[in-house]
Write a protein that binds this ligand. Structure first.
Ligand code: IMP
Length: 456
């Protein structure tokens, strides 16, 4: 049927367990869009971008901060941590990017309240959550009303009845029995933080729930930026070891405040050395359960970046060729520690069976591969080969294929053709097994370190 739409929306999501380098790709694609929008998650996301003025860690604000022509939108599917958002906007401003006129928040986005954070800190350890109150906030959104108290406070309430919001937040907090003095004090600080953020945040609330639809109808090109990633989806991921929002492509058209009739293209981001932070299944993990235990010990507070740097030499670990040590070395070489929490990420082989399923479920059209340069470290292993899972046997046993390692530095100037043979073979298998085309190949942390193989 003919439509009068003139703009369109594309969706970009991570296809693994998060931290695939989505922000870098969003940042590279942003010049093609008028608006970059978030549709899920909150401060649990950690998106790092390398700008000309240094590294910026973004958590709630969409990644395109560096492009003045690009507006930024936080959709109704997001949960907003008020004091953290104020701090993030200040950090972005200190880095030289003024987003005050460019950032809009859906009036229907849900506020993360102090008691959500307290509850997450008391009960989230079992799952290995980020402790930011995200799960309790989404649960309360669905709860709607408890004992006469609203449990879903939309951000627009800050505009309409700010004092009541603070009083509801206090009442919820009082009802939670805190397990320590530390949490008791944290609760008080969080209430103060909420109070102090209100005036500043109300200037960012979008004028209406139809803000994005109106922009799209008027011709805007929108890129939806997923947070977390498909394997952490609250329903389709490895439940219960998942986040509490929907993370797939379709979720952009629920939490992003635009109808799917504007959808054009879906991008999936794939990290060639996989990682997972927190608990849960990770079939291709180097060192399996030993690595899981090591990385998640005491909620990930033990084996930090500094600890590993002080105690291990990554080259020696790599040369040993032992699975757990190889994973540890790759974590150290490529700085795989949580952006927000600093937790060591569990490291694994690229899993093409998992990728194939994620591409199929999300209708992914094009792939961007990240951290291809990290595969270079495999040239230090005794067999000088890169292991990749191609499929699972009937009994769930992983089938691993070995590709020739390379020790050359990957240069953007050489283009796709000059990439090492082993890497091109991997890319060809990725395309064949996943049935999606590779559009870009990331060869370093900066957005310029991206080799385009195809274009839209
Ligand atoms: P929550 O989202 O804080 O409730 O945490 C639930 C699970 O999702 C934990 O295993 C987290 O480590 C994981 N998680 C949440 N956000 C991210 C992210 O941005 N990257 C990777 N993992 C995440």
């Amino acid at each position: 049927m003919a439509s009068n739409k003139s703009g369109y929306s594309d969706v970009l999501i991570g296809l693994q367990y998060g931290d695939e380098g989505k922000a870098k790709i969003v940042d590279a694609l942003a010049p093609n869009y008028d608006i970059v929008a978030r549709f899920n998650g909150g401060v649990n996301a950690g998106h790092t971008i390398v700008t000309n003025r240094g590294t910026l860690a973004l958590r709630q604000v969409p990644s395109a901060v560096e492009y003045p022509q690009c507006s930024l939108y936080i959709g109704s599917g997001c949960v907003v941590s008020p004091a953290e958002l104020v701090k993030e906007i200040a950090a972005i401003s200190a880095a030289g990017f003024d987003i005050s006129a460019r950032l809009k928040i859906s009036p229907h986005a849900t506020l993360v309240l102090p008691h959500h954070i307290i509850l997450d800190r008391m009960h989230g350890g079992e799952l290995g959550t980020t402790g930011n109150g995200i799960g309790p906030a989404y649960a309360d959104r669905a709860f709607r009303l408890r004992d006469g108290l609203l449990t879903n406070i939309k951000i627009e309430e800050l505009l309409v009845r700010p004092e009541e919001v603070v009083s509801i937040a206090k009442s919820h907090l009082d009802l939670v029995a805190k397990s320590s003095d530390e949490l008791e004090n944290l609760g008080k600080e969080l209430i103060q933080g909420l109070q102090d953020s209100i005036e500043f945040l109300i200037s960012f609330i979008a004028p209406s729930r139809d803000y994005l639809v109106e922009k799209l109808t008027a011709g805007a090109k929108v890129l939806f930026e997923g947070a977390q990633s498909y394997m952490l989806d609250v329903v389709h991921g490895d439940v219960p070891y998942v986040t509490s929002s929907h993370t797939g492509v379709s979720a952009a058209y629920v939490g992003g405040d635009a109808p799917p009739s504007f959808h054009r293209h879906a991008f999936g981001i794939v990290k060639l050395v996989m990682s997972r932070v927190g608990r849960g299944p990770f079939p291709s993990e180097f060192g399996g359960e030993v690595s899981n235990q090591y990385c998640t010990l005491e909620g990930g507070k033990t084996h930090t970046r500094d600890y590993e740097k002080k105690n291990f030499n990554p080259e020696d670990l790599m040369k040993s060729g032992e699975a757990f040590k190889v994973g540890q070395a790759l974590r150290m070489f490529s700085g795989e520690y949580g952006t927000g929490s600093g937790r060591p990420r569990r490291i694994g082989m690229l899993d093409l069976a998992q990728l194939r399923a994620a591409v199929l479920a999300n209708g992914i059209n094009s792939l961007f591969l990240t951290k291809c340069d990290c595969l270079r470290e495999f040239s230090m292993t005794p067999n000088k080969q890169i292991p990749i899972v191609t499929h699972y046997e009937a009994d769930s046993k992983l089938v691993v294929k070995f590709y020739p390692a390379f020790d050359s530095v990957l240069e953007v100037s050489g283009g796709f053709e000059k990439l090492p043979v082993g890497l091109k073979e991997i890319i060809s298998d990725i395309e064949e097994i996943s049935a999606a085309q590779v559009m870009g190949v990331g060869v370093g942390p900066h957005r310029n370190q991206l080799i385009m193989k195809t274009s839209l």
